[in-house]
Design a protein around this ligand. Structure first.
Ligand code: ZN
Length: 458
């Protein structure tokens, strides 16, 4: 089969993912930017600036008018939608500290807290339990048609985000579109995939949940972690909680982890013998363990250009030892035979719906700058220029059901232009750090811990 040109390739993707398009009655300028653009990373700067201003201003106005807590937050800072005239004004939009989404009460109060963060009319939510757990509250919201999800810190403190179905679909679509455009021409619907994440249908961890679209983008997906992942399970494996229940969970996690690695290797073996295209998506450390085992056994595969890897969620492969992105790609090329250009990383977070994605040429993190504005802040939380280290923040026009104007705990360096490829927008340097003193966070980190530290000791 001949390779389609880029536009045909992306249009095929849009057709394949039709169900993720919002209906015309809820269509916004952010949707123009996300769904009508063929390549999110090649929009000419002038055009992108106009789309960015229009979409962020529109979403900010909606949040201001429909979310009481955010409106008060803005009023305290003397800022309202009428203060936005130019792209520079966007930088004055009040930013919510990431700690805010972690500062929640328990039981029924947690449900009220979620409801207060949510923007717009809530569906009717029924919570049968008198003293519900976090998972019971989330499940009640999600049974009412929402897509509440979370990430957490190593302390077991979670970040909860109340997405509605519409925001969730747009977030998933943007993630899939971002990565598939960067690995052109690898994607086609007949790909065989492996998801190195919890089964999206059995977890509310966002890194897993956002991958539901993977099942719609390609025909065959295997899942690495098929058990149910709850906040209670994370709590038990992420913290040094003692007790019989906790010990049983950790022992089971260890057994399942070994089996998981063997299953992935068997899958690689089965596809080595045919000519299928394969795509591995998910937490980098799981693949790292797979490659370590293969290397120890002196084995390697040669998938060449019929294989691709998209990682996301963080890079800490095991306690105290970071696997640098460059090393990881070299491992992938050496052990799996997959070229570096088809090994890309995504940088996103549970609070956002913009996915910064590696370019295949230089592996810098490109931002989808026509609806999402990345910022770097100094110690006073004021935006600083390019090439300086600072706190990562963003303005996200695709956060419809909650305010997505956020200060993260990550340290980044932004460049005005990619030093390697010719895509026009800004990039982040590929190595992201946590702000000193902030806890290590990231969905991959949390899942890694759940799989127990034992894998790392091999
Ligand atoms: Zn680039």
């Amino acid at each position: 089969m001949a390779t389609p040109d880029f536009t045909t390739y992306m249009k095929q993707l849009h057709t394949q993912l039709q169900k993720y398009f919002p209906s015309s009655d809820i269509w916004t300028p952010a949707d123009d930017a996300i769904y009508k653009t063929i390549d999110l990373y090649r929009v000419p700067l002038k055009e992108a600036k106009e789309m960015q201003l229009k979409s962020i201003k529109h979403t900010f106005t909606y949040q201001y008018n429909n979310n009481k807590f955010y409106q008060n937050f803005c009023k305290e800072r003397n800022f309202s939608p009428t203060d936005i005239h130019t792209n520079d004004d966007l930088e004055k939009i009040p930013l919510i500290p990431e700690t805010f989404y972690k500062d929640y009460p328990t039981g029924r109060d947690f449900a009220t807290w979620l409801g207060n963060i949510f923007t717009g009319p809530l569906p009717r939510i029924v919570i049968p339990q008198k003293n519900p757990t976090y998972d019971e509250v989330i499940n009640a919201f999600n049974q009412a048609g929402m897509a509440v999800a979370y990430s957490s810190g190593t302390s077991g403190r979670h970040t909860f985000i109340p997405r509605d179905q519409r925001t969730y679909y747009t977030s998933e679509f943007a993630a899939a579109k971002s990565v598939i455009s960067m690995v052109y021409p690898l994607w086609d619907p007949s790909l065989y995939g492996y998801l190195l994440m919890p089964n999206p249908k059995k977890t509310n961890v966002y890194a897993g949940k956002v991958c539901t679209i993977y099942f719609d983008a390609i025909q065959d997906v295997q899942v690495a972690i098929d058990r149910e992942i709850t906040t209670e399970l994370i709590q038990m494996t992420m913290t040094n909680q003692k007790g019989i229940k906790s010990s049983i969970v950790k022992l089971a996690a260890k057994r399942q982890s070994k089996k998981m690695i063997d299953d992935i290797i068997r899958w690689l073996e089965s596809h080595e013998k045919n000519t299928h295209k394969i795509a591995i998506v998910g937490a980098p450390f799981i693949l790292s363990f797979v490659m370590k085992k293969l290397e120890k056994e002196g084995r390697a595969f040669d998938f060449g250009e019929r294989g691709g890897i998209a990682t996301g969620g963080g890079w800490k492969a095991y306690e105290g030892v970071r696997v640098p992105v460059v090393e990881f790609r070299k491992q992938v090329e050496k052990i799996l035979g997959i070229p570096e250009k088809f090994c890309v990383d995504l940088y996103g977070m549970v609070e956002g719906n913009g996915w910064l994605t590696h370019c295949p040429e230089g592996h810098y993190l490109h931002a989808p700058y026509n609806y999402y504005k990345p910022l770097v802040l100094d110690k006073e939380n004021k935006p600083i220029g390019y090439r300086e280290w600072g706190r990562y923040a963003f303005l996200d026009a695709a956060a419809f059901s909650y305010p997505g104007f956020l200060m993260s705990g990550d340290q980044v360096r932004m460049l005005e232009h990619c030093p390697v490829c010719d895509r026009p927008g800004p990039v982040l340097e590929p190595e992201i750090k946590r702000v000193t003193g902030a806890e290590i966070r990231g969905c991959a980190e949390e899942i890694r811990r759940m799989l127990s530290a034992d894998l790392g000791k091999d």
